[in-house]
Design a protein around this ligand. Structure first.
Ligand code: GLV
Ligand code: MN
Ligand code: MN
Length: 420
């Protein structure tokens, strides 16, 4: 038998990464590339392909109660807590080929590179495709990682999509077991470290000419659903002064949110990116508008303050216009710091390959923010073209992916050696 020293140093294969990214991107709505929204037929089909790839790597494949697809390689000391890496295979509508996909494929690449080199980790190693990281038809993001952490509430499991199905039914469709979600899917201590690679989704790395970013903390996110309830009327015969126009009221609220957000520290952002008008006809005064306000900040206090103010402000606008508004917080994740040991492992791995790296916070939400609630977690970012993301133009080159993948693999090897 070969000793550890006689084996080759595990090295990622850039072409294999590229081929798998390309293959995963074929699971898209052809009329709206790149769309693989969570819980869709295409999402299910893509996961079928991913499960096959995991099997080919010699992994044991399973879907946990939260609907997370997991491939597991045994460790030499299989009783040790697991090292884990992954991200999400779902996309926003008309999104990109790399947000989420890169992290899943690179985790799979780590398993492939270890296999090529004949290198067995001491710890078990898991590749995880978290269920539904993007906000989806049920309105909740990071469904699988919240389930792992035990954050999913009964109220959230009963969120309904427009097709009448509940989130619990969606999770079951994807192979999960919602009946078991009253308690965390994972227990503290079971995962030694979780490492997620992601495109940066901003321009910091590209502008600086850096190869990778080591994430220090992930922003907190609060999403509030508003229902503005006016009165539908004939748009030709109802005088302007007699209307209860839900669209005009919603517009006033949204402009107010923007004005107030501009007065907050630049670290806070507020967005209304989803809005539905009822009945949505050009000759009907809008009777109802449903929209979601999303607030992001690295300060928990700022998030809470702005959320309370926004709910109060919407009520004020509604009463001025003699209509009603109902609002409720549908999703919340607190700002969270990444684990220092995992950060150091990423820095050391990048330095050992002479990659240019920097530490930086994440303004995007990620599954790692939820995994960090029960396991030491860290993230490594790679640059993406012009910082664009959540759009079809999203792009990271083969070299950028390979450097990120090698950094991730290096950090896994460092953490594996540290097995006290
Ligand atoms: C993740 O896609 C996010 O919304 O930040
Ligand atoms: Mn995203
Ligand atoms: Mn993502």
């Amino acid at each position: 038998m070969k000793t550890r020293q006689e084996l080759r140093v595990p090295t990622v294969n850039s072409e294999r990464i590229q081929n798998r990214i390309n293959k995963l991107s074929t699971f898209t709505d052809p009329d709206k590339p790149w769309s693989r929204t969570a819980f869709s037929e295409r999402h299910l089909a893509a996961r079928g392909w991913l499960a096959d790839e995991m099997c080919l790597m010699g992994m044991a494949v399973d879907i946990d109660a939260g609907g997370n697809l997991i491939g597991r390689l045994p460790g030499l000391l299989d009783q040790l807590p697991t090292l884990a890496s992954g991200s999400h295979s779902d996309t926003v509508p008309a999104g990109g080929r790399f947000d989420g996909a890169a992290g899943v494929i690179v985790a799979l690449e780590a398993a492939s590179a270890l296999r090529d080199a004949g290198h067995k980790l001491r710890h078990p190693f898991e590749v995880i495709d978290f269920l539904a990281e993007e906000p989806n038809k049920y309105g909740l993001s990071c469904v699988g990682s919240r389930a792992m952490a035990g954050e999913l509430t009964a109220a959230q499991l009963s969120y309904k999509a427009a097709d009448g199905t509940t989130l619990a039914e969606g999770i079951a469709l994807m192979g999960g077991d919602p009946k078991k979600l009253g308690s965390p899917v994972r227990v503290r201590g079971g995962i030694k470290a979780f490492l997620e690679l992601h495109i940066e989704q901003g321009r910091v790395l590209e502008n600086a000419g850096d190869d990778v970013g080591v994430v220090t903390a992930i922003v907190g996110i609060t999403r509030i659903a508003f229902e503005v309830l006016g009165r539908p009327d004939h748009a030709g015969t109802t005088p302007m002064g007699m209307r209860k126009d839900a669209m005009v009221a919603a517009s006033a609220m949204i402009v107010g949110f923007e004005r107030r957000a501009l007065e907050e520290s630049p670290a806070m952002v507020a967005t209304v990116g989803k809005l539905e008008v009822g009945p949505n006809a050009s000759n009907v005064v809008p009777g109802q508008v449903d929209f979601t306000l999303e607030i992001r900040s690295s300060s928990s206090e700022q998030l809470q303050r702005f959320a309370s103010w926004a709910q109060w402000y919407a009520t004020t606008i509604a009463s001025e216009r003699n209509l009603d508004v109902v609002s409720s917080i549908i999703g919340k994740s607190e700002p969270i710091e990444m684990d220092p040991t995992v950060q150091i492992a990423f820095c050391d791995a990048a330095a050992s390959h002479k990659f240019r790296y920097r530490s930086m916070p994440s303004g995007a939400g990620h599954d790692a923010a939820h995994v960090a609630l029960f396991a030491p977690s860290g993230m490594v970012f790679i640059p993406c073209l012009d910082g664009r993301s959540h759009c079809p133009e999203e792009f990271a080159s083969a070299d950028q992916l390979a450097r990120g993948a090698q950094t991730l693999l290096g950090a896994i090897l460092i953490l594996d050696d540290n097995h006290k």
